[in-house]
Design a protein around this ligand. Structure first.
Ligand SMILES: [Zn+2]
Length: 131
């Protein structure tokens, strides 16, 4: 059952709170920063790619007029993750992505790889050129 998922360690849960700029779960502002609705397919793709470092249960939050139980993943590299909001009663899920920063990517390309770096928070990742 979904509420028996292994909780994140204290250390990674604290990392999530730090990324959100708060000390306590109850201080998290809702919706999460840069939260965008996505389809179930996009959610699962992001979940599979993101290798989440932490999974936290945020608790009961309103999505529109619906009261939902909300969980969020957090990936240190991406400074964000995915959100699932399950409506209480119907159990219907809604999916979102969130990011501590609204990244603005600056790309540098050479023969072997492309390097993308956010000009706001400096997060970076590289994509090796195939072949
Ligand atoms: Zn950024």
């Amino acid at each position: 059952m979904i509420h028996e998922l292994t909780p994140a360690s204290d250390a990674t849960a604290l990392d999530v709170l730090k990324a959100l700029g708060v000390d306590e779960l109850s201080e998290i502002t809702w919706p999460l920063p840069n939260m965008e609705p996505v389809s179930a397919n996009v959610y699962w793709q992001a979940f599979a790619e993101g290798a989440p470092d932490a999974l936290i249960e945020i608790g009961i939050r309103k999505v529109g007029y619906r009261a939902c139980r909300v969980w969020a993943t957090f990936n240190e590299g991406k400074r964000g993750g995915v959100v699932i909001a399950q409506e209480i009663g119907s159990l219907e899920p809604q999916f979102f992505t969130w990011s501590a920063c609204a990244h603005e990517w600056d790309a540098r390309h050479d023969r072997l790889m492309s390097v993308y770096q956010c000009t706001k928070c400096q997060v970076a990742y590289r994509v090796e050129v195939e072949g």
